[in-house]
Design a protein around this ligand. Sequence first.
Ligand code: UDP
Ligand code: MG
Length: 312
Amino acid sequence: MKTISILVPCYNEAQSLELLHKEIVRVISTLENYKWEILFVNDGSRDNTMEVIKGLREKDSRISYVDLSRNFGKENAMLAGFDHAKGDAVIIMDADLQHPPAVIPEMIQKWEEGYDDVYAQRKTRGKESWLRKKLTKSYYRLLQGSSRVDVLPNVGDFRLLDRKCIDALCQMRESGRYTKGMYCFIGFKKIGVEFETQDRVLGESSMSYKKLMNLALEGITSYTTAPLRWATFIGLIVSFFAFAYMIFVLVKAFLYGDPVAGYPTLLTVILFIGGVQLLTIGIIGEYLAKVFVEVKNRPVYIIREYKGNEDE
Ligand code: UDP
Ligand code: MG
């Protein structure tokens, strides 16, 4: 019998977990030809998420959990899940019920048809502010434009991955993780299924604008080195204009003499070039910082406790 793992990273999700578990059980009880593992990764929650998970595990032996020593962020928590999931396929979903378990049967059907990566695609983005929608949209356009590998918009972490994909993802141990880019990087046969995003039922989204902004920057810098190239181009263009302007100034000085004026031009040009230089150094710094973090080669997450399925 094939085993399917459902992987749920949880950070302060005590309120949602019981409901989520009920929903999952309702759906998987209709799928009798599989063995199930429900793997919760507690990402250093500050509330009693861990107690709730332990409580659920007492009632349902299919539940296993990984308890991380502190909050490592969703991306790292997911890697902890990939490392411990036992299934022939792994379904990743959020704990807040924004990812409806009702889509699971359709995902499995596609998997059985031979697809390795069945991603769930949002038809709408649910209740989100206008600004957030606009920002997300232009962000994806930027990301898409700056690299050769496709990043799919409106596709999140809600997906079913074959064992092959999981093994591939486990090989990527970098600490600055951008898993959305990794799904695309590993390739394999992909297909989407559509779903309607629900609004977060309980609790609050931990993704503030600041966190999203950081994730976005992380996304670009870990996904592509295009900004470094942009920096080169900006340098080239500015040098070209500077050179042309120099010729112009020289010729003017020779032909008409030089009445030493042009303080405003001088100031704006210096400020402009200074700005460009700082920006470029900043871009280089972003990548340098990444190299710094990666060469330390620290573990991506640290485990306090792992409880797997005992009857194996
Ligand atoms: N999450 C996590 N670690 C974190 C932040 C979030 O494991 O540091 C989990 C969270 O419990 C949820 C999922 O990641 O299951 C998505 O988080 P959230 O709903 O806050 O994000 P959003 O849906 O707003 O993108
Ligand atoms: Mg959410």
